[in-house]
Design a binder for this molecule. Sequence first.
Ligand SMILES: Nc1ncnc2c1ncn2[C@@H]1O[C@H](COP(=O)(O)OP(=O)(O)O)[C@@H](O)[C@H]1O
Ligand SMILES: [Mg+2]
Length: 256
Amino acid sequence: MIRLEGVTVRYPNGVVGLDGVDLEIPDGQFVVVVGLSGAGKSTLIRTINGLVPITEGSLTIDGREVAGASKRELRDIRSSVGMIFQSFNLVKRTSVMNNVIMGQLHGIPAYRSLVGAWTKEEKEIAFQSLERVGIVEKTWTRASQLSGGQQQRVAIARALAQDPKVMLADEPVASLDPPTAQMVMKDLQRINRDLGITTLVNLHFLDLARKFGDRVIGMRAGKVVFDGTGAEADDAVFEDIYGRSLTAEDTLPGTP
Ligand SMILES: Nc1ncnc2c1ncn2[C@@H]1O[C@H](COP(=O)(O)OP(=O)(O)O)[C@@H](O)[C@H]1O
Ligand SMILES: [Mg+2]
């Protein structure tokens, strides 16, 4: 369980990223976080991962305080949290296999990734992870040769290979075309249901949020301003979260 109590994040330049956030995310939940650019979605994810220090309040994962964790504890926390980004963040010049195996390398010296001397177990875990996202046939392809959707699925496989308890995805479909965005969201949802990995996905598009959010959290100016189901998040709710009326850009073109 992830628990935030009165969490405020103030960046060194004085900008408030999170403003007194209280949240409880039970194990296994699939949560979609929505809000305009600058609302604090990325800050929330980086805070949970221990990348951004909190200024006030308390943040615990399974009862362990993230703020004030030692370097070693932070490494522990990060190895149990899989991260997925809008820009995929793969090492483009190397194979899908190498990229996915790197997911298992928390705390292991980087030279092994350069040598590419993987154990049978490491390879097996990589294959299984790639099977989960349906692209095992790309195992030996260079990451640079893949489409955006394929790269994002490799990134999901890489996160899975580290056997995470929590998956944090920061606008994972923002640079994908609509059908591919749906597919990647379905992958994340299926993995959440099959493996029970607590999943937090930052999204911009409200139709995707409604469709996939078992729970939708709306953020505005660093605060949680809505917390409910996708079904409850009607247009009026979204206008309230966004602080303006909705436009065509708020929905994914061609969503059924
Ligand atoms: N590294 C940073 N330094 C200073 N301010 C930041 C930093 N990152 C984000 N911010 C500010 O914090 C607020 C929340 O940003 P962010 O969490 O990136 O929102 P979102 O992901 O919803 O677009 C914004 O005002 C943004 O400008
Ligand atoms: Mg962001």
